[in-house]
Write a protein that binds this ligand. Structure first.
Ligand code: ZN
Length: 434
């Protein structure tokens, strides 16, 4: 690990010792961080990987010990903040086709003592110059040695590292880069900001879209500094849209009012397709009792945005109608022609679910495979494959409708949500279309 230096940086010991005693001058300024081995400088093998499993070690800054949090990137221990910034820089490099890797990150006192002893005694690590133990920025967590001998890496860093907060600090060491803050923020091991809020399959995010969720930006143009990174996200794509210019035609829109800001918050609406099972209610006076509520928390505005909630009442969403069809989770609908949607393994929640049509189409339900001689559509729920593998909704031949099933939101205008309020996480995106 500490052998075969790329180049010798030997200085006379008395000179180095003198410089090191000039306390307050950083080792980086003295050019004493030491090079990593040749083969590792050009190394790009190994998968780029950040492990956020954190441990506490002892870091040193100007000879003073402190507790340092260390994670792992490219197999090397790296201080947490440096690792977050590095992960963003590495992702950008990868997008540009540049295989950036860490060769050496955080060093313990024992490792630095070893390198220093090699240098002083000239009996290992090719006598390569090393900073005095306790004074290397590899010990303070700020320094990374990067694989700058690999193709394209150095030139990419020279052009891009600055916007991620990294700077080259040792003139004689092109591989040595330090992070002292700055960059875009976030990163692979960043904890979510405490302002994000989640409930009922929805998340309000104060820091951009949530990975893996379907998000709409909640933009208030008059307040673009604090409302430029706020998003409402759902576990699945529900077709939500945001408007800061009044309700959207053809959608079911809920107005978001902030009484303290009546001039700018008088035309903001969150909208869902008319086929959506969700009927949002807005409260600017805390959560609504008995409903599922997501706080829209703008931390920059704690006085006026501490009591704003977007809510829905999952228990009262018992009937979805579209065109001639109705899904009911509260029994058959009087005056309509209904089939019971019985799932024998789920009798508690599925015993009162019915699918109805305005006229008698001869529909039948089967929980034991398709019915011979009928045109059957399989009704599946991927999260429940064992019990929902053999359920079919069937129409007689010649029926004026052809059904199709969607587990990912409505496919068209002609869809009705099958919303089971007892199972809002898995039955919030299931639709029967025709
Ligand atoms: Zn270094």
């Amino acid at each position: 690990m500490f052998t075969a230096p790329k180049q010798s940086l030997r200085l006379s010991l008395p000179l180095v010792a003198t410089l090191w005693c000039a306390c307050g001058i950083s080792d980086a300024e003295l050019g004493t961080e030491g090079p990593p081995p040749d083969e590792e400088l050009s190394s790009t093998e190994g998968q780029a990987l950040v492990s956020c499993a954190a441990r506490t070690d002892t870091g040193y800054s100007n000879g003073n010990a402190f507790a340092i949090t260390v994670v792992t990137a490219d197999g090397q221990p790296i201080e947490l903040a440096t690792a977050n910034a590095y992960s963003l820089m590495q992702r950008a490099a990868e997008a540009a086709g540049v295989p950036l890797r860490v060769v050496s990150g955080f060093r313990t006192m024992a490792e630095q003592r070893y390198l220093y002893s090699c240098y002083v005694n000239c009996n290992c690590n090719a006598c390569t110059l090393a900073a005095s133990p306790g004074y290397s920025n590899h010990q303070s967590g700020h320094a990374l040695d990067l694989n700058t001998a690999a193709g394209g890496v150095y030139n990419w860093l020279a052009a891009n590292a600055g916007r991620f907060g990294f700077a080259r600090t040792v003139p004689s060491e092109p591989w040595h880069w330090e992070y002292w803050g700055g960059g875009p923020g976030g990163g692979a091991c960043a904890t979510p900001p405490p302002c994000d809020r989640s409930a009922g399959g929805f998340t309000f995010s104060c820091d951009g879209p949530q990975p893996g969720m379907a998000c709409v930006q909640l933009l208030e143009t008059s307040d673009s500094h604090t409302w430029n990174d706020n998003y409402l996200c759902s576990n699945v794509n529900l077709g939500m849209r945001w408007s800061s210019a009044g309700p959207l035609a053809g959608m079911r829109c809920t107005q978001l009012l902030e009484g303290a800001d009546p001039d700018t918050w008088n035309d903001n609406f969150i909208c869902v397709p008319e086929t959506s099972p969700y009927r949002f209610n807005w409260s600017s006076a805390g959560p609504i009792a008995g409903q599922v509520c997501v706080q829209l928390n703008e931390p920059a505005d704690p006085h006026t945005w501490n009591d704003n909630y977007l809510c829905f009442d999952s228990s009262t969403i018992v009937r979805q109608s579209r065109g001639p069809f109705t899904f009911s989770s509260a029994g058959a609908v009087a005056g309509k022609s209904c089939v019971q949607l019985l799932e024998p393994s789920d009798p508690h929640t599925w015993s009162d679910n019915y699918f109805c049509s305005d006229t008698d189409l001869g529909m039948k339900w089967s929980s034991a495979g398709p019915i011979a001689g009928m045109s059957c559509t399989q009704i599946v729920e991927a999260s429940d494959p064992d019990t929902w593998s053999d359920n079919y909704l069937c129409l007689p031949p010649g029926a004026p409708y052809t059904f199709s099933w969607s587990q990912a939101g409505p496919r068209s205008e002609n869809c009705v949500a099958w919303y089971e309020g007892a199972d809002p996480h898995t039955w919030n995106d299931n639709y029967l279309c025709w």
